[in-house]
Ligand binder design. Structure first.
Ligand code: SF4
Length: 386
């Protein structure tokens, strides 16, 4: 029987996955003259965009909802889907709802996409954030504060509104609230995966990456209450951690297939950039410095945040052990270099720790998930009947 949390997630699913971005269009209609900024995954200080009076929205590609007709001509064939579908959205006018776009140096593909957008969308403000690469350097914090200050000036110019320190602290508090709710929801899933599914967590987190925090937080609160009150018994399933989908998101059919094949997904890295802090950011003191410190010291590990201070493979093993996972499913976007290069490290660490794992590649245009479903079912059976 459908419960309230099913209904809440399902109510928004179609609109969230629609590449015409109806939720953003509706927000702009309700706020004449207001501006929206598309933010490419993974790490962006969305609080600065919000403090400038604009709506930051996750630029998450088009999933399997858009046929690629024009974007192929702009890129080589060996490029991940999110780059192509985001370009297709741009070339078919679907990004006109945005007044600006933000990219960061997470990989060569994202770097090049910023330039392609700037060339193909005359009049669109395209900002590129140069995140610090050496997190352990004593100069990293000051460097990042300077980069965020430059970005803040760009957002002020775009919105025509000055960002005050108080305003930025309020935006940090607003996003703290959304992230905390997502964190609690994911914590509930990790402890009692029968109460809330990975797909529901993903859709609700995506709502937080689409609506302003004032709009998403009440929905998340209701969903959390509904999930906590759900009547469900634990099933005999394999407990897994999903890793590798920190940027491009797998089709929802594939997330469902994982769960239907007999997995409890205790945690994953979907929408990592929108839920990357393990704790609230300070709402006192210099807000730009708080943002910089959070990026340098408090974000979850990922393949696009380099640093010898945070060995990613060790973190994945620790996470799997802490959650008492039976296995790890490494779910990487096809042609995602950071994820695929890291797989060698993760595989070695998982094998050394004796944690079984399954490697799967996905792309957005996957319409049929029968083949991966069979692979997952075989993997699940091998664990259940080992
Ligand atoms: S999916 Fe991977 S390769 Fe593609 S833009 Fe994201 S991080 Fe870069």
């Amino acid at each position: 029987m459908a419960t309230a949390v099913d209904n809440i997630a399902a109510r928004y699913q179609e609109a969230l996955l629609d590449p015409s971005l109806p939720l953003v269009q509706a927000w702009k209609e309700r706020h004449p003259g207001a501006r929206a900024v598309g933010v490419f995954p993974v790490y962006s200080p969305v609080e600065i965009v919000h403090a400038a009076g604009m709506l930051p929205v996750g630029l998450l590609g088009a999933g399997n909802q858009l046929e690629i007709a024009y974007a192929d001509a702009r890129f080589q064939s060996f490029i991940c889907s999110i780059i192509k579908s985001t370009t297709e959205m741009a070339l078919t006018g679907r990004l006109k709802v945005f007044d600006g776009l933000v990219f960061q140096g997470i990989c060569d593909a994202a770097r090049n996409l910023a330039s392609v957008m700037a060339r193909n969308l005359p009049g669109m403000r395209v900002e590129y954030l140069h995140l610090s690469q050496n997190q352990a350097s004593p100069a990293a914090e000051d460097y990042l504060v300077g980069e965020y200050r430059r970005f803040q000036s760009a957002m002020e110019e775009l919105s025509g509104r000055r960002v005050t320190e108080d305003g930025l602290r309020q935006s940090i508090a607003a996003y703290n609230r959304v992230r905390a709710l997502v964190r609690v929801l994911n914590g509930l899933r990790a402890r009692s995966p029968e109460l809330v599914s990975a797909l529901e967590c993903y859709l609700l987190a995506r709502l937080g990456a689409t609506l302003p925090p004032e709009g998403s937080a009440p929905v998340l609160e209701s969903a959390l209450v509904a999930a906590q009150g759900r009547q469900a018994r634990p099933k005999d399933r394999v407990r897994v951690v999903v890793q590798g989908s920190f940027c491009e998101v797998p089709p929802v059919e594939l997330i469902s297939a994982l769960e239907e094949a007999g997995c409890y997904i205790l945690d994953d890295d979907l929408l990592l950039g929108w839920r990357c802090y393990e704790a609230d950011l300070p709402t006192e003191g210099d807000p730009l410095r708080s943002l910089a410190r959070a990026y340098l010291n408090s974000v979850r590990f990922s393949s696009v945040r380099h640093g010898l201070d945070q060995p990613r493979a060790t973190d994945l093993v620790a996470q799997a052990k802490q959650l008492r996972a039976d296995a790890v499913i490494y779910l990487a976007a096809k042609f995602c270099e950071p994820a695929l290069l890291d797989y060698a490290l993760f595989r070695q660490a998982l094998e050394q720790a004796g944690i079984p794992h399954l490697f799967l590649e996905f792309e957005e245009k996957m319409w049929l998930v029968d083949k991966p479903r069979n692979t997952i079912e075989t993997f699940v059976e091998s664990l259940l009947f080992d």
